[in-house]
Design a binder for this molecule. Structure first.
Ligand SMILES: Nc1ncnc2c1ncn2[C@@H]1O[C@H](COP(=O)(O)OP(=O)(O)O)[C@@H](O)[C@H]1O
Ligand SMILES: [Mg+2]
Length: 332
């Protein structure tokens, strides 16, 4: 087939590590597609949608492998490209524009999860804190509404909160410092589990769940320090956090029910957002042993060293086979 790989358009000199990763994904996917015998063209997609539209109209690829995460550096515009592909009736891999648009706003996802009765930690928006006599108390994590890849998250993102004014101040400070929009979510101290989903015969199939381990965090950061996958742990290979947060796929028998519940929740997220192709759901286990959904990723990182490919490998699919499966799902 003639396959067009679309990725984020960026200036590779000024781009951050998390942004450059998108190019790495495009390179790896293109290589796998070539091994599979396809003809591949890679194109960076930005805000110039009319040019992209003309280009695709002329070429009419058999399939678009859509890796676009952000348009002009903005994750909340990432759905522009699949929306264009849908309007031109071009086949493409992964989730439809609606799922990508929905997931580009973590508050929107949380409202949907909450209404559907799916466990997600309680949260407060700046607007609600400023308006209502709410009483937030406990430990919170301050998260950007529209980012992913742990952009805007460091160890200071986790804050003990005394009252409403305190949390309001913390959120406003964070917004001032970063220029991003933030909300506060109850910090879930417990274990972190990811479930990767891959569409097979029109249905989501859960790949083996992974747990992220936080090794020796006590020793390095102190007992009270939060255990989170912050920006450094994902993108700074030299950092302690990066080197001490491996994922493992082996679980004791006693986790059987927990993992089953994680898979069920992941499947429910798939239905809720009407996802296609592939996705990954991030969960944390609360003090009562209940998994809580913290992140729904309709376009999870497909780099060969990232969680999705690692889960594929656990299921017996090497990287090329995984890329082939993603293509297969899009052709159905
Ligand atoms: N409510 C929470 N409680 C504990 N840790 C959290 C919570 N929300 C996020 N984190 C930590 O921050 C990381 C990144 O947050 P996440 O919501 O997954 O955003 P991203 O889209 O950047 O991956 C998670 O992998 C987890 O380690
Ligand atoms: Mg996440």
């Amino acid at each position: 087939m003639n396959i067009r790989v679309l990725h984020d358009k960026m200036d590779s000199v000024t781009a951050r590590q998390d942004e450059l990763d998108n190019l790495e994904q495009a390179r790896a996917v293109a290589e796998a597609l070539e091994v599979l015998g396809h003809e591949v063209v890679r194109t960076g997609a930005g805000l110039d949608i009319p040019t992209l539209a003309r280009d695709l109209e002329q070429d009419r690829p058999d399939l678009v492998f859509n890796l676009v995460e952000a348009c002009a550096g903005q994750p909340r515009l990432g759905h522009f490209v699949p929306a264009l592909l849908e309007s031109r009736e071009l086949r493409f891999t992964g989730c439809p524009a609606w799922a990508l648009l929905t997931a580009s706003d973590k508050l929107r996802v949380k409202r949907l999860l909450h209404r559907a009765g799916l466990c997600t930690p309680k949260w407060f928006t700046l607007r609600r804190l400023a308006r209502d006599a709410v009483d937030p108390c406990g430990t919170f994590i301050l998260k950007p509404v529209h980012e992913h890849g742990s952009v805007g998250l460091d160890i200071d993102a986790v804050v003990p909160v005394m009252d409403r004014v305190h949390l309001l101040d913390a959120l406003r400070r964070r917004q001032r410092e970063t220029g991003l929009e933030f909300f506060a979510e109850a910090y879930v101290e417990g274990r972190e589990i990811n479930v990767a989903l891959l569409e097979r015969d029109g249905r989501p199939m859960a790949l083996p769940p992974a747990e992220i381990l936080f090794q020796d965090f006590d020793r390095e950061f102190g007992e009270q320090a939060p255990r989170i996958l912050d920006y450094a742990s994902k993108w700074d290979g030299q950092s302690f956090a990066y080197q001490h947060t491996p994922r493992r796929f082996r679980f004791p028998e006693s986790d059987k029910e927990l993992l089953q519940r994680c898979r069920e929740l992941a499947m429910e997220c798939w239905e809720l957002l009407d996802m296609r192709g592939y996705a990954r759901i991030d969960l944390r286990v609360d003090a009562q042993g209940r998994p809580q959904i913290i992140d729904v990723n309709p376009n999870p990182c497909l780099a060969p060293d990232a969680g999705f490919a690692a889960a594929g490998l656990q299921a017996g699919m090497d990287y090329t086979a995984l890329v082939d499966a993603v293509v297969g799902a899009a052709l159905r």
